[in-house]
Design a protein around this ligand. Sequence first.
Ligand code: GLU
Length: 314
Amino acid sequence: LLTALSRDVPHFLAEITAEMDEKVDRGRVADYIPELAAINDRQFGITVALRDGSIHSSGNIKSSFSIQSISKVFTLCLALGKLGDTIWSRVGREPSGSSFNSIVQLEFERGRPRNPLINAGAIGITDLVLAGHEPSEAIGEILRFIRAAAGDESIFVDETVARSESQAGFRNFALAHYMKSFGTLTNTVERVLGVYFHHCAIAMNCVQLAKAGRFLAFGGCNPETGFNIISQERARRIGALMLTCGQYDGSGDFAFRVGLPSKSGVGGGILALAPGKASIAVWSPGLDKQGNSLLGTIALEKLASSMSWSVFNG
Ligand code: GLU
């Protein structure tokens, strides 16, 4: 039997997609990674994965997009799994209030990045995941983790995007060199960024992303298989970081409007969690000024409000 919830979701998704298709202002596609600059901004897709295992989608859910910074949530899970709470000596847990690739903050904080979801923090986390491995092994491990979480072996790294970013990734090279100068990176800059650019270049469609992030919405456990991927405490803490730090320096406004722990990427994807209820993936490549999908945010705002999913609902 369909729950009341799964009956409502398809209706809202269809309504939201129709509304998004009409939008004239679609934001601006990220252009600092040449390969992403060429993407058609007319696209919009959304998928909701519910506790009962049902998956509901609308719009363009067949095309894979570059998950970019959404991958930082998965590398954080992996680093916590390997090293536990010792990772917090390398990276903080405070929202940054600066742009995702800011360098000034790093100077003030002497190479210890504010949080694991901005670039500097994620580069530090990648350094930890890489420790003792070859870059290709670390990339393989990250990909295996995401494939296992999604139950989908077809998820892949888009090598063209990885190469494109590494050729134009001057700012990330600067951040990594700067961290290295403070002694907060163990591996060489080239090796760490090689892994970082590859995990950012993982490609998924909305269905794959909603499934990959599902364990985070259900206390670390995949509700379909009953398989525990991380502990409940970790899922709760990662959710807190996503809520406070997941949308760059737009995190406060995003929490105000949507009220769901989420992580965005400059490829235009957003993974959002309605804890205990749903994992949601939305994609539309045009970004707002903070680098979050413009239509993705509007769609999540509407869905969370229609379903009363904000974590702040009384
Ligand atoms: N790979 C991108 C970068 O480092 C990720 C940025 C993002 O999605 O926020 O610039």
